[in-house]
Write a protein that binds this ligand. Structure first.
Ligand SMILES: [Cu+2]
Length: 278
């Protein structure tokens, strides 16, 4: 009996290992993260044990930006101009990729990208590494307000994926004012937005020109924080018409490893248990 339950537990652990072989934002806590240091989910929501799974893979979108829409009840407070020491848990760094960090003052309707890292984002991070740090600076003119802070990542190697985690922060800055950055670039989201093919080697086209082409956006927050306006109109996010749409299915080898590991280990365990019973 004991052996059977051990077998089942091991199998569950292995499945978890396969599921959890990606990356997530862990500092500040992404919504409903299961880490003990993160707050419990807001009322009516559940812990998310897959915060590190992509929201899109192979051009198939399975989750919305941020994954969850209800903000945490308690926000982490940062001062305008302060660098946030953001942290990431690494299941597979996928050879790095392109990162964007964005703020929304209106509950995820309008985004302003405040920092971008092309190609090298999370490059060299090791599987199993936790809280890999990347400093992200809140613009010093960012007005005060309750803000959604989003990390968006396009991986360099593997299934064509898009990652998105959001944290709930409060910025303490000026009372009313505006913050300028660029519009969010959504690629690898679904086929409408286009797919950036793998860029494993130096010199491979990584389509950074799409990021260079993002239009500036200014978000204006009225004093005491609530109403906002933005220029240009946020109803049309940068959707690159020139984005390459090929190779959605290319490069699944990065995810093959855990699968092979899972299958072979399961067989080994089954074999060992059969041997034992004979
Ligand atoms: Cu992955």
């Amino acid at each position: 009996m004991l052996r059977k339950s051990t077998l089942i537990i091991t199998a569950i652990q292995l499945i978890a290992l396969v599921v959890h072989s990606h990356v997530d934002l862990t500092t500040p806590c992404s919504r409903y993260h299961f880490a003990p240091r993160c707050p419990p989910p807001p009322a009516g929501q559940l812990y998310d044990y897959n915060t590190n799974a992509p929201i899109s893979s192979g051009g198939i979108n399975t989750e919305p930006l941020c994954k969850h829409s209800v903000p945490y009840a308690k926000r982490t407070v940062y001062k305008a101009g302060e660098p946030i020491s953001t942290g990431y848990d690494i299941g597979s760094a996928h050879g790095g990729g392109h990162c964007q960090w964005a703020l929304s003052y209106d509950g995820e309707k309008t985004w302003v990208v405040i920092q971008t890292e092309i190609r090298t984002c999370l490059q060299g991070a090791l599987t199993g590494q936790s809280d890999v740090k990347i400093p992200v600076t809140i613009p010093k003119d960012a007005p005060s307000g309750d803000v959604t802070f989003m990390w968006l990542w396009v991986n360099a190697i593997g299934d064509r994926e898009l990652y998105s985690n959001c944290a709930d922060i409060r910025i303490e800055g000026r009372d009313g004012g505006s913050v300028t950055g660029v519009e969010l670039l959504l690629v690898n989201y679904n086929t409408t937005y286009g797919i950036i093919p793998e860029f494993p080697n130096p010199g491979d086209p990584d389509h950074r020109e799409l990021y260079d082409a993002r239009k500036p956006i200014t978000i204006t927050v009225k004093s005491s924080g609530s109403t906002i306006s933005s220029t240009p109109d946020p109803s049309s996010p940068s959707s690159p018409s020139s984005t390459p749409k090929n190779s959605a299915a290319s490069g699944s080898r990065d995810h093959l490893q855990p699968l092979v590991f899972f299958i072979s280990t399961t067989f080994l365990i089954l074999f060992a248990s059969l041997q034992h019973n004979m």
